[in-house]
Design a protein around this ligand. Structure first.
Ligand code: 572
Ligand code: ZN
Length: 348
């Protein structure tokens, strides 16, 4: 199909279409990008299936996609840090740069954040897209566009490990072996964690965790969090110091608290029900800190260094590849829960 800017637009719940749009022009401080690879995230599929996540409702047509890489095709006024032809990874959340959170180095908490494919902000599953130049990261020649797109989920893993304080010799429990659990596993290993136990209810996901270096895996069958915590202790020999909960399932969050060593911490990465019963007395009297998590902050440079140095390999996470024209098929594949990461090639 001859097109100028084929774009994946979510009109409303269940209504995702490919349409030809005008090529956007970069404003001051922005660059126009010829999009290369875009990974599908669980949130893209959730907006497509449900039309909302919490208070974020698709009220106007929204372009999907936020795990992306591209080539700079035009410079907006005043851009000096990039040039036409540069290959870049796109950090999808552009913060205000002025508020207390931005100025104190926690821009992920900016209240004026404009995050791709979070209503009402458009994403970048298209041939051409415009983004703030200071949220684009130049890729070395030997880092592929697929790896560039994977910097987005990998940054979540970097932030999760930063929040938990994962370092040399850490003993870590990761609950959930979906894409975010797996990038957290990859990062924990790269940070020098000596033992990483990964739990899930799905055996094939645990197989992937083993392939990526998990020292222990546990297929969760019991719904009793204390029993599962005991199984984790038996497997690991003793309690993990740090738990990173990536499933969002209530029994798993509870298991995370019971399983964690006294004085350790639990990072809440997974998002499930808004209200969950937690064993807070158990956490309180054992000084188990419960920590929040929101996307990532200053993690793209770290994630890029991890890949560019050859320290980590994220390519095994990619299980399916589609062209932009086949985006609906790509979304259907992700919806069926097949594989781990589905990639869409945007360039013709
Ligand atoms: O890659 C970033 C990312 N963040 C997600 C989900 C998927 N991918 N979040 C979960 C949903 N929240 S939110 O605050 N919201 C809908 C804006 O509930 C954002 C972070
Ligand atoms: Zn995402």
């Amino acid at each position: 199909m001859a097109d100028t800017n084929l774009t994946a637009i979510l009109y409303k719940k269940g209504d995702l279409k490919l349409e030809d749009k005008q090529i956007p022009e970069p404003g001051p401080g922005e660059v126009q990008l010829c999009m290369q690879q875009v990974g599908i995230c669980g949130s893209d599929v959730h907006y497509w299936q449900h039309g909302a996540i919490g208070d974020f409702v698709v009220r106007e047509p929204m372009i999907v996609g936020h795990e992306a890489s591209g080539v700079v095709s035009k410079l907006g006024e005043g851009v000096t840090t990039l040039k036409v032809g540069d290959r870049v990874a796109i950090e999808p959340g552009v913060s205000c740069r002025l508020c207390h959170f931005c100025k104190t180095g926690r821009y992920n908490l900016c209240l004026d954040m404009k995050f791709c494919a979070t209503p009402p902000i458009n994403g970048n599953l298209s041939r051409y897209y415009v983004h703030a130049a200071d949220f684009c990261f130049k890729l070395p020649d030997h880092v592929s566009f697929e790896e560039g797109a994977l910097l987005e989920p990998l940054s979540c893993g970097v932030h999760a490990c930063n929040r938990g304080g994962v370092t040399l010799g850490s003993r870590v429990l990761i609950c959930g072996a979906g894409p975010i659990g797996l990038v957290t596993l990859i990062t924990a290993k790269a940070n020098g964690a000596s033992e990483v136990c990964v739990t899930d209810i799905n055996e094939s996901r645990l197989e992937m965790a083993k392939k990526l270096g998990a020292t222990h895996t546990l297929k969760v069958t019991s719904r009793d969090p204390r029993e599962v915590a005991q199984q984790i202790h038996d497997l690991m020999g003793s309690a993990p110091e740090i738990t990173i909960e990536c499933s969002g399932a209530a029994p798993s969050v509870q298991t995370g608290v019971y399983a964690t060593q006294s004085g350790g911490c639990v990072v809440l990465v997974g998002m499930g029900q808004p209200d969950v019963t937690m064993p807070i007395l158990n956490a309180a009297v054992r000084e188990v800190d419960i920590k929040g998590f929101f996307r990532y902050v200053n993690c793209y440079p770290t994630a890029l260094a991890m890949i560019a140095s050859g320290k980590v390999d994220v390519k095994p996470l990619i299980t399916h590849r589609f062209s932009l024209e086949d985006s609906i098929k790509a979304f259907e594949t992700t919806l069926r829960g097949e594989g781990i990461k589905v990639m869409i090639q945007c360039a013709r």
